[in-house]
Write a protein that binds this ligand. Structure first.
Ligand code: DHB
Ligand code: MG
Length: 218
């Protein structure tokens, strides 16, 4: 982000509405140590997820792409003790990091970390559905296929949320820019276009710096 005024405004929003405690700060420190900071959601985006979980009274949530469990921690903290977040992560190092994060933030009892490819884990999860919310934050090439699963497995009135749906500036272009893969560009365009159908979804994209698409399944 290169707009200093907007950056200062966002810093104000974070300070007032999305302060981190030591647990969340520790997760970001580990991300930073491993040169992965910035791939996680921001504190304000984490608070938005938490807000949605609470507003929709979510008790069964799926996250695709855990990374180190930063967004999972925000989400889990808004869940009642009998609710569950299932978070899928394919990278075994990230799975270990996520488990550590959840334990250190005392939310491990509300979260099941499912190791493996979403292509394998999502079909298995269907038996535990329907879900109140599906949050998609995985490899961008897979967004449309994950959406197909989400539409089939989220309850009516439930939420589908996608991070990075501006695709780092590429989503708005009607002709694929050279610096993005055809797979990611095609998948994200179809993801947003599908959720924009007012006969099937009540939807909007929050204009966060990454873009966060929100859709209620009608
Ligand atoms: C990337 C992935 C993300 O989910 C994100 O929020 C930011 C960046 C990435 O792969 O670069
Ligand atoms: Mg993301």
């Amino acid at each position: 982000m290169r707009n200093p005024e907007l950056e200062a405004d966002l810093a104000y929003i974070q300070k007032v509405f999305a302060p981190e405690d030591d647990g969340l700060r520790a997760i970001r420190s580990r991300l930073r140590e491993n040169d992965r900071e910035g791939i996680n959601v921001s504190p304000v985006e984490g608070k938005i997820l938490q807000f949605l979980v609470q507003a929709f009274h979510c008790k069964k949530v799926v996250e695709v792409g855990a990374l180190y469990g930063y967004s999972a921690t925000w989400i889990a903290r808004a869940l009642p003790s009998d609710a569950r977040l299932y978070t899928i992560e394919k990278d075994s190092f990230c799975v270990q990091q996520t488990k550590q994060s959840l334990k250190e933030c005392s939310v491990e009892n509300k979260v099941e970390v499912l190791e493996g490819e979403w292509g394998k884990r999502l079909p298995e999860l269907s038996a535990k559905g329907p879900f109140d919310m599906v949050f998609i934050d995985a490899n961008k090439n897979g967004y449309f296929e994950i959406l197909t699963w989400a539409i089939a497995n989220v309850r009516k009135g439930g939420l589908i949320v996608g991070d990075n749906t501006l695709l780092f500036g590429a989503a708005k272009h009607d002709v694929k820019p050279a610096d993005v893969s055809n797979e990611a560009w095609t998948a994200m365009r179809a993801f947003n276009q599908t959720l924009a159908d007012p006969t099937k979804f009540m939807s909007v994209m929050l204009p966060t710096s990454e873009g966060m698409t929100l859709a209620i399944r009608l």
